[in-house]
Design a protein. Structure first.
Length: 146
């Protein structure tokens, strides 16, 4: 039985190595592009969020209805999205976030009226900007009562 000649074996081996190298190079190029794109998007979002500012303008607790109502204002220089309120209670439990505005343009206000238990401690507003965080909070002492 005859085998293949050493020259043909070397050519086949070199061809196999080149093919594997091309496959790996293609994968690495795609992976690098995807990773670079994701990092750029995250960096741009973080840069944008540096110009974000949200503030709870008014907050009034109605002891009859057990509601806190008021306004949240976008005081920054970028539009904000996914504006949510959370209530932190004296016993350290935290309510689920309540969406009050999908989008909040610069200088605009968003009204809210949420039901709370009387043992609330902190009212917190958050946005789609999480790093750096664009949020605000008021303690029970800063919320007026009627």
């Amino acid at each position: 039985m005859k085998g293949i000649s050493p020259l043909i074996a070397e050519v086949l081996l070199i061809g196999f190595v080149i093919a594997v190298g091309a496959i790996i190079a293609t994968w690495v190029t795609g992976y690098t592009r995807t990773t670079t794109h994701n990092v750029n998007e995250q960096a741009n979002k973080q840069m944008d969020c540096m110009y974000g500012n949200i503030q709870i303008i008014t907050a009034t607790y109605n002891h009859t209805t057990h509601n806190i109502s008021g306004y949240v204002e976008n005081k920054g220089s970028i539009p904000l999205g996914d504006v949510r309120l959370q209530v932190i209670y004296d016993n350290s439990t935290i309510s689920d976030p309540i969406l009050i505005c999908n989008e909040l343009d610069v200088g605009n206000m968003c009204p809210y009226n949420i039901e709370v238990d009387s043992n609330y401690a902190i009212l917190r507003v958050s946005t789609n900007c999480t790093s750096p965080s664009v949020d605000d909070k008021l303690t029970k002492d800063e919320i007026s009562t009627i």
